[in-house]
Design a protein around this ligand. Structure first.
Ligand code: GLC
Ligand code: CA
Length: 585
C-alpha cells in the first residue's frame, strides 16, 4: 500500500528533501533532455528511497544559460520539460505516494530574453520602463559585492538599445527586477499563486537576500526585503495552508535567522555556514569547525526549520568561511583549477571524499542527525561522480545513472543528442555506478542511505529535538544529544499509519520501532545520543552522561543493547570514521 501524505502542516520539520534537476533525471521521450514525465516514471524509486519532498530546479521556460535560473517566461513550463498538465500530473502522482513537491522560484531576476525586459529596454517611457533598474552611469551601489566574481566585472551592464545601464547581481544576462515598483511585487505574487494552484507544496526561494538595493548598503538582507517576504508569507498562509517557503540566503547565522522573521517569513532556510564546516571538520579530523558554528547559530522561532545539505546543483560555496579557511578548502578539495567555480568548488560528494564509503557514510550520518531537515542531491545516494571538464557548474549536473545500458539508462537518444554526456570513467561511470546495480546489491551505498532514512523516519526527535553538544575528551570525536518531549500522541499516530501502510521487511522494522515508542511513556523525554569519529583512525572517547544515570543505551540501527550508563563517565570506542546513534531510555 502506498504511503499517504501526513496532514501535519509542519510536515517540513521532519521531512527529508531530495533535489531534482529535471533536465538530468530521466528522459521519457528520447530527445536527450530529462522531463517531467520522466520524473513521474521514477517516483516509485524516490518513494522506495524514502524521501518526503522533492525540490525541483526551475522548470519555467528559459533560454537555459544558467540552468533555468534565467527565466524567459514565468507562466509556462519549458517545452523541453513538458507542459503545465505534466506538472499537475507529477504533483498528483507524487502526493499519491506520500511525497510533496516544492519548486524553485527565481524572484530576483529574469533572463534578458523575458518579454518584460524586452519591453523595458525598448524605451525610457514604456509601461515596463521601471520594472528593471536603469541608470545613466554605472557608479551606483559600489558597496554591493559581485557574486560571480570570476566571470562578471560589475553589477551594471550597458544596454545599447535603451542606451542605459541595468543592474544585475548574477550573470549580466540576468537583469534584476525592480521591487520598488509595486507592479513588480503584484506580478510576482500572482505568479506564486499561479503555480501554487497546481498543488505544489511550496517554493525554494532563489537568491532572496538581493531583492532590494539602498544607497550606502551592501544591498543584502535589507528591511524592505524582509517586509516583502512577510507580505508573501501572509498571502500564502491566507490561501494555501501547509505550504513551505525555503530560503536560499547564503549568509552568516545571525543574518540568516532574520529570514524566519517572527515565524512570519520563511519556514526554512538552508544552513549555508554549516555545510563547508562539515567538510572542514572531516579533513582536519577535528570537531571544532562544526561545534563553533553550531554555537553561533541562534535558536529557531516556533515552527521553523533548517535545511541541511552537503552538496547541491551549485559549487560547494565558500562564501561563509574566512579567507584562511577558504584557502584550506581549495587546497584540500579543489586542487585542480578546473574545480574552482565562482567562490567555491564544483564537485560532487563522492569525488570530494575520494570515493571513501566510510567518509560518505559519516557525512550523511551527521547530515541526518544534526538539527534540521536533510536535503539530498540527486545521484549522491549512488555516490555518483562529476566531470570537471564541463563548463560552469555542469560538472555536477550530468545525467542520473539508472542502469549500465546505453546513456546510463537516462535516455534512448543518440549520445550526441544528450544535454550533457553521462559519466563513463572506470570509477564513477554508469557501468560501475547505477541504480539498478546498487538496488540489487544489499551492501550498496544506496541501500545504506535507504536504511538510514527509514530509521530516521521512526524518530521524530531528529527533526524536532533540541541539541546539546557534549564535551568529549577527544577532539576528533563529535557527540551530541538530541532530545524532545512529545506534546501529544500525534507523532505516535503518524507512525502507526505508516506501519499500517507497509508490507514485508519494512513493516517488521517499523513494528520494532513501535515497541521502542511503547517503552517511552507519553510526555517522557525522547533522547538520542549521536557520536561521530571524524578521524580516519579508531578513536576512544569518554562522555559525561551523569544526567542519564541508570538509563538504557540502545544502538538505533540494529537495536542492539549497549552497557547501561552507570556512573557519569561513559566510555566508547569508534572505528575509523565510525559513528553511533543511540537511544537513551
Ligand atoms: C542561485 C542558484 C544558482 C543560480 C543563481 C542565479 O544561487 O542556486 O544556480 O546561478 O541563483 O540565479
Ligand atoms: Ca525529454
Amino acid at each position: 500500500m502506498p504511503r499517504s501524505l501526513t496532514e501535519n502542516p509542519r510536515w517540513y520539520q521532519t521531512a527529508v528533501f531530495y533535489e531534482v534537476f529535471i533536465r538530468g533525471f530521466f528522459d521519457s521521450n528520447g530527445d536527450g533532455i530529462g522531463d517531467l514525465r520522466g520524473l513521474i516514471d521514477k517516483l516509485d524509486y524516490l518513494e522506495w528511497l524514502g524521501v518526503d519532498c522533492l525540490w525541483l530546479l526551475p522548470f519555467y521556460s528559459s533560454p537555459m544559460r544558467d540552468g533555468g535560473y534565467d527565466i524567459g517566461n514565468y507562466e509556462e513550463v519549458d517545452a523541453a520539460y513538458g507542459a503545465r498538465e505534466d506538472l499537475i500530473k507529477l504533483v498528483d502522482e507524487a502526493h499519491a505516494r506520500g511525497i510533496r513537491i516544492i519548486a524553485d522560484l527565481v524572484m530576483n531576476h529574469t533572463s534578458d530574453q523575458h518579454i518584460w525586459f524586452q519591453e523595458s529596454r525598448s524605451s525610457g517611457d514604456n509601461p515596463k520602463a521601471d520594472w528593471y533598474i536603469w541608470r545613466d552611469d554605472d557608479s551606483g551601489w559600489p558597496e554591493a559585492r559581485i557574486i560571480f566574481t570570476d566571470v562578471e566585472q560589475s553589477n551594471w551592464a550597458w544596454d545599447s538599445e535603451r542606451q542605459q545601464y541595468y543592474w544585475h547581481r548574477f550573470y549580466s544576462h540576468q537583469p534584476d527586477l525592480n521591487y520598488d515598483n509595486p507592479e513588480v511585487v503584484e506580478a510576482m505574487l500572482s505568479i506564486v499563486k499561479l503555480w501554487l494552484d497546481t498543488g505544489l507544496d511550496g517554493f525554494r526561494l532563489d537568491a532572496v537576500p538581493y531583492l532590494y538595493q539602498r544607497d550606502g548598503t551592501s544591498g543584502e538582507n535589507l528591511p524592505e526585503t524582509h517586509a516583502f517576504l512577510r507580505r508573501l508569507r501572509s498571502e500564502i498562509d491566507a490561501r494555501y495552508p501547509g505550504r513551505v517557503l525555503l530560503a536560499e540566503a547564503n549568509q552568516w547565522p545571525t543574518d540568516l535567522v532574520d529570514y524566519f522573521g517572527s515565524s512570519d517569513e520563511c519556514h526554512m532556510c538552508f544552513h549555508f555556514p554549516l555545510m563547508p564546516r562539515m567538510f572542514m571538520a572531516v579533513r582536519r579530523e577535528q570537531r571544532l569547525p562544526i561545534t563553533e558554528i553550531l554555537a553561533q547559530t541562534p535558536e529557531l522561532p516556533d515552527g521553523c526549520q533548517w535545511g541541511l545539505f552537503l552538496r547541491n546543483h551549485d559549487e560547494l560555496t565558500l562564501e561563509m568561511v574566512s579567507d584562511e579557511d577558504r584557502d584550506f578548502m581549495y587546497a584540500e578539495y579543489g586542487a585542480d583549477p578546473r574545480m574552482k567555480r565562482h567562490l567555491g568548488i564544483s564537485r560532487r560528494l563522492a569525488p570530494l571524499v575520494e570515493n571513501s564509503r566510510p567518509l560518505a557514510e559519516l557525512l550523511h550520518a551527521m547530515l541526518f542527525s544534526l538539527p534540521g531537515s536533510p536535503v539530498l542531491y540527486y545521484g549522491d545516494e549512488l555516490m555518483m561522480g562529476d566531470n570537471v571538464y564541463l563548463g560552469d557548474r555542469d560538472a555536477v549536473r550530468t545525467p542520473m545513472q539508472w542502469t549500465p545500458d546505453r546513456n546510463g539508462g537516462f535516455s534512448r537518444a543518440d549520445f550526441a543528442q544528450l544535454y550533457l554526456p553521462p559519466l563513463m570513467d572506470p570509477v564513477y561511470g554508469y557501468q560501475a555506478v547505477n541504480v539498478e546495480a546498487e538496488y540489487r546489491d544489499q551492501g550498496s551505498f544506496l541501500h545504506w542511505v535507504q536504511k538510514m532514512l527509514s530509521v530516521r523516519r521512526r524518530h521524530e526527535v531528529f527533526g524536532l529535538g533540541s541539541i546539546e553538544i557534549l564535551a568529549v575528551d577527544n577532539p576528533s570525536v563529535l557527540a551530541f544529544i538530541r532530545s524532545y518531549y512529545p506534546e501529544s500522541s500525534l507523532a505516535v499516530k503518524d507512525s502507526e499509519n505508516f506501519a499500517g501502510n507497509l508490507e514485508g521487511d519494512d513493516a517488521s522494522q517499523i513494528s520494532t520501532s513501535l515497541d521502542f515508542r511503547e517503552d517511552s511513556k507519553e510526555g517522557e523525554e525522547r533522547c538520542v545520543l549521536c557520536i561521530f569519529n571524524l578521524s580516519r583512525f579508531a578513536q576512544p572517547a569518554s562522555l559525561d552522561l551523569a544526567r542519564f544515570k541508570e538509563r538504557q543505551v540502545t544502538e538505533l540501527l540494529g537495536r542492539v543493547p549497549f552497557p547501561d550508563i552507570q556512573e557519569g563517565d561513559y566510555r566508547i570506542t569508534l572505528g575509523p570514521h565510525g559513528f553511533y546513534w543511540f537511544s537513551i531510555t
